[in-house]
Design a protein. Structure first.
Length: 443
């Protein structure tokens, strides 16, 4: 092991984001600022602790790995300042344009927890809107190096011909201009048959997100067709057919009505070789009843953050989705791009929003592709662009800030939940997440 021998009077500064976790006979030392993770014997950890407490000692030694992982600094280092700089740089980066597009707000499902209520106009993208979107992107090509498109709805595959037309045009524009192009789609999976899989892959849609909410008897009570029929068999059939042809992410929406059945679902997904592509997400459906409380949620069907954190750990262990675990412990520059300058959601009326949860709320609209000045500097836009987790005193003091960057800005901005505790699950399951990550690293 390489050791740094330091002479003269020098103070070692320990990172604010170190977490020491006992794991059997070992100590896991994790740093949330860098994502570094090392295993130490108890004696090694004792020596580390001894070294950092010898402030202003004339001669001491410390292993280089602690400096490289930024567990310690040999001079004063403003970790908050560095994070803020990275956050602002990413936030105002105009070289990347991210658009969430809706081919239709209509849906063939009638999910019990859908937040898209009757206030949302069930429109479809027409030719004029398609042309306006193409023109909107074309005017920004000169400053872009990356274009990211996400298809959303409603159910976007109900109007797959529109998805094909717009995606093909945007992809070709990017190809001619030397711009990186990424495209994904969020679908319920019911219409993702072999023909549509082939079609999406051909036009450059390389990621598909599908939702499955439990074994058949549970899923078919939650995610049903408009006529009440179940959807489980069709979705599973389509998902299996998609594997290997397009990147698939399976999402499980979790609340108190299906949590008891997750083990059965995990076993099914493992048997079908789908578990490595699966992750869970907490249901926060009804806009007026989003649960931000840490311990006790007022809506009996919704999970508190603490409850969800425990279930999330169980899913990590059973699903062994290494991608999810690594992503969870990887430092971020932001929680969500919605608070970034070049991130927009465009609905089927051409109205522009900062977050897809805001669709249909006119007070949250920040412009329209039909306006001469497409993007308005109105109150809604300023609210999002001025958002920063570094204005929150709790966030600034939190040792998991680099991993969540203040959490979901929608909760704080639309529901003003900064008055409550709207922390992300990592605050409650960091130690267990690190232990799982270490097991993966060792194996």
């Amino acid at each position: 092991m390489e050791t740094l021998y330091l002479r003269g009077y020098m103070t070692i500064h320990e990172s604010n984001y170190n977490k020491a976790i006992r794991n059997g006979e070992k100590i896991l030392l994790y740093n949330a600022f860098t994502g570094a993770l090392i295993r130490l014997t108890k004696n090694e950890y004792y020596e580390y602790c001894n070294a950092i407490t010898k402030n202003d000692y004339q001669y001491f030694e410390i292993e280089k790995k602690y400096v490289d992982g930024k567990y310690v600094y040999l001079e004063e280092y403003d970790e908050i300042g560095i994070q803020k700089l990275k956050y602002e740089k990413n936030k105002y980066d105009e070289r990347r344009l991210a658009l969430t597009l809706c081919s239709t707000m209509e849906c063939n499902f009638n999910c019990v927890y859908c937040y898209q209520d009757n206030k949302i106009h069930k429109g479809v993208m027409n030719d004029e809107l398609e042309n306006r979107i193409i023109e909107f992107v074309k005017l920004q090509l000169y400053k872009l190096d990356t274009l990211i498109i996400t298809w959303y709805g409603g159910e976007p595959l109900l109007k797959i011909e529109r998805v094909i037309s717009v995606t093909t045009k945007l992809r070709e524009m990017c190809k001619k201009s030397g711009i990186l192009f990424y495209c994904s789609i969020v679908t319920n999976g019911y219409l993702l048959n072999r023909q549509n899989i082939s079609c999406l892959s051909r036009i450059g849609i390389n990621n598909v997100q599908i939702t499955i909410d439990g074994p058949r008897e549970i899923h078919d009570k939650r995610r049903i067709l408009k006529n009440g029929d179940g959807t489980y068999e069709k979705i599973m059939e389509n998902t299996k057919a998609a594997i290997g042809k397009i990147n698939v992410s399976l999402r499980i929406n979790v609340d108190n009505t299906n949590v008891a059945y997750l083990k059965t679902l995990y076993e099914t997904l493992k048997a079908c070789k789908l578990s490595e592509n699966t992750y869970i997400a907490r249901v926060q459906s009804n806009k007026s009843k989003i649960c931000n409380d840490v311990i006790n949620c007022g809506n009996s069907n919704l999970l508190s953050t603490k409850e969800y954190a425990d279930i999330e750990i169980d899913s990590m262990i059973k699903l062994q989705n290494t991608r999810v675990i690594k992503k969870k412990l990887k430092p971020k520059t932001n929680f969500c791009s919605a608070a970034s300058v070049n991130f927009y959601v465009i609905d089927t009326d051409g109205l522009i929003y900062k977050c897809w949860h805001c669709i249909g709320e006119l007070s949250e609209s920040i412009g329209s592709v039909y306006f001469k000045d497409t993007i308005l500097i109105n109150q809604a836009n300023l609210k999002w662009l001025s958002y920063t987790p570094f204005n929150n005193s709790k966030c600034k003091k939190c040792n998991v800030l680099p991993l969540c960057m203040g959490g979901c800005p929608y909760k704080k901005l639309v529901f003003e939940s900064s008055k409550n505790d709207s922390c992300e699950s990592i605050r409650f399951n960091l130690s267990r997440s690190v232990i799982i990550a270490n097991q993966i690293k060792v194996n």
